[in-house]
Design a protein. Structure first.
Length: 302
């Protein structure tokens, strides 16, 4: 156990170093150079970290069992390119306030506006696809009030970095712990007709709902469905997808909750439907999804 803690601490330390280097590049260097440099760093991390390599390949085998090792490796290497460019774009976005709108195109923003017209707020569901870290910052630029629901990182320093990065974009972070405070804040923001963004591709542990995600079961966050049921806030899927040198913040039609015979079944089946929808997005943009996160409880030698 002590060995695992040490290795985890080293990974967090290296991640913080990477983020700080990327932040410096974003402030002082041209975007094209920052992108290349961050891609280079991600490839170095891939080669140095056996843990992340094995984790990524295990995830790929679950999602694409029909593909061979060569095809999955190609997807993974391409995803490192997108990961590096997304890190670079995030810090460039933070540093260049006046040029932000030049970096992102909006797709189907009228879907979000119609949802907000109900005056119940909006639960925005997204995933670790593309530059998901700046969805809130883009929306605040257009006058929307945005909150991010985040799981507490094990590393307190990483939590501080995440919180500062969001607040620099005008986004309010809401951490899942302590639970009662999280629920109270989330509901209050929705009732104030604000947007609450939730990542639905994270392994939610004991607090989640066990659903089928590709070929295996995992614990998915039930928050989107629960908050929607409690506040009548519409659920709107939104993803920041790469389009050449720019990004596209794409909004998808409102996810309609389907009532079932009881509350427990309503939460379970609608959460499953959300995850099934996410599967289609991931299969459409596999290179833009992050493969280095632990989404299934797989035993990996650390």
């Amino acid at each position: 156990m002590e060995k695992k803690k040490i290795k985890r601490a080293v990974r967090y330390f290296l991640a913080r170093i990477l983020l700080r280097v990327a932040a410096v590049c974003g402030y002082f260097l041209p975007l094209f150079f920052t992108r290349r440099f961050c891609v280079f760093l991600c490839k170095i991390l891939y080669r140095l970290s056996r843990y992340y390599r094995e984790l990524a390949f295990n995830n790929l085998r679950i999602v694409f069992p029909e593909k061979g090792e060569k095809e999955n490796k190609e997807i993974l290497l391409n995803s490192l390119f997108f990961l590096g460019t997304n890190v670079a774009d995030t810090f460039w976005f933070l540093a260049h306030t006046q040029k932000r709108k030049n970096l992102v195109n909006l797709r189907n923003i009228e879907i979000l506006d119609r949802a907000l017209n109900a005056r119940c707020g909006v639960v925005g569901v997204t995933a670790h696809i593309g530059a998901f870290t700046i969805i809130g910052g883009v929306l605040t630029q257009y006058g929307y009030k945005v909150n991010y629901l985040l799981r507490n990182p094990r590393d307190e320093k990483m939590k501080g970095l995440l919180e500062r990065g969001l607040r620099m974009q005008g986004v309010s972070p809401i951490f899942t712990k302590p639970g009662p405070s999280c629920v109270e804040k989330a509901i209050a923001r929705l009732r104030n007709n604000e947007i609450l963004i939730i990542l639905i591709d994270q392994e939610a542990g004991n607090s989640g709902i066990w659903v089928r995600f590709f070929s295996r079961y995992t614990s998915a966050p039930a928050g989107p469905v629960i908050f929607s049921l409690r506040t009548h806030a519409p659920i709107v899927p939104m993803f920041m997808l790469k389009e050449g040198q720019k990004m596209s913040l794409s909004f998808y039609p409102e996810f309609k909750l389907i009532p079932k015979s009881n509350l427990e079944k309503t939460i379970f089946e609608n959460t499953q439907d959300l995850i099934s929808f996410l599967e289609k997005i991931i299969k459409e943009y596999p290179e833009q999804w992050s493969w280095i996160d632990r989404r299934w409880r797989i035993t990996i030698d650390r």
